[in-house]
Design a protein around this ligand. Structure first.
Ligand code: ATP
Ligand code: MG
Length: 237
């Protein structure tokens, strides 16, 4: 009996050439294992997600445009398209602007579109991650989840209060994104280093805040976009 090698994904099996049913069995097992892994991974990612139900139907097709929003739409679409098309030139984006002018809505358009296409995207707010990063093991688990993402969307940066530990965690997140070239999109009212500051900061804290700020700017050269639209909450759609 001669053995043939059957290559699937990164695995090679040696199966008797004549045994078609062994091969079918192996392929079925492997497909089942992959499906279970994907479901496990999705559940882990979902446990870290935070998007309000109000944004469930946000989509580029349904969005209402208005003066001042154009650039933010273009960059949001560009961010999503590069991921969808598996472009080697992925981009990271910061959407800044005053309250209620559609930053979270656009981030949700990206999130909904990529999720519907099966991409491994996480949209969340930092306090959700910080509340879970209670010990070393969980922190490492979260960083490993982030490392495998197709994109991370951090909504409403700047609303949380920072502490030494939170700065360190955020630095670890940003460092992971940069080192593994994971594209990220941040929405914030105002991107400046002071949003990381708190009273009685040590020199070490200051260094972390500088390193975070430097990484965001390094990854978003030319893509820190000011959304100049007016407030949808106050003015309506
Ligand atoms: N382009 C849009 N089309 C339709 N509805 C929108 C659009 N942009 C925003 N809205 C609606 O306006 C409200 C405020 O939008 P959103 O939450 O995106 O603002 P924001 O810029 O994230 O505000 P904040 O800075 O306070 O977080 C939401 O209810 C959202 O559904
Ligand atoms: Mg918002």
């Amino acid at each position: 009996m001669r053995l043939i090698d059957v290559k699937m994904r990164d695995k090679v099996w040696f199966i008797p050439e004549t045994c078609q049913s062994c091969m079918n069995e192996k392929i079925k097992e492997e497909q089942q294992r992959e499906k279970t892994n994907l479901i496990d991974r999705r559940e882990k990612v979902l446990s870290l997600a935070e998007v309000g139900e109000a944004y469930d139907n946000a989509s580029f097709e349904n969005l209402k445009s208005r003066e001042g929003l154009y650039n933010s739409i273009i960059w949001s679409k560009r961010f999503a398209d590069r991921i969808k098309n598996n472009s080697p030139e992925k981009i990271s984006v910061v959407l800044t602007g005053t309250t209620g002018n559609g930053k979270t809505y656009l981030a949700s358009c990206i999130n909904n579109q990529l999720l519907n296409l099966g991409f491994n995207v996480l949209m969340t707010k930092l306090p959700i991650l910080f509340n879970k990063m209670s010990d070393y093991k969980v922190t490492q688990d979260i960083l490993n989840i982030i490392k495998d993402l197709d994109a991370l969307i951090i909504d409403d940066l700047g609303i949380e209060s920072f502490t030494s530990k939170r700065l360190e965690w955020f630095f670890l997140i940003m460092d992971k994104l940069v080192n593994h070239k994971i594209p990220f999109l941040i929405t914030t009212n105002n991107l400046n280093q002071e949003i990381f500051h708190f009273s009685k900061m040590t020199n070490q804290d200051l260094l972390y805040s500088q390193r975070i700020f430097s990484r965001i700017h390094g990854m978003c050269k030319g893509s820190i976009i000011k959304n100049e639209a007016s407030d949808y909450r106050i003015q309506g759609e």
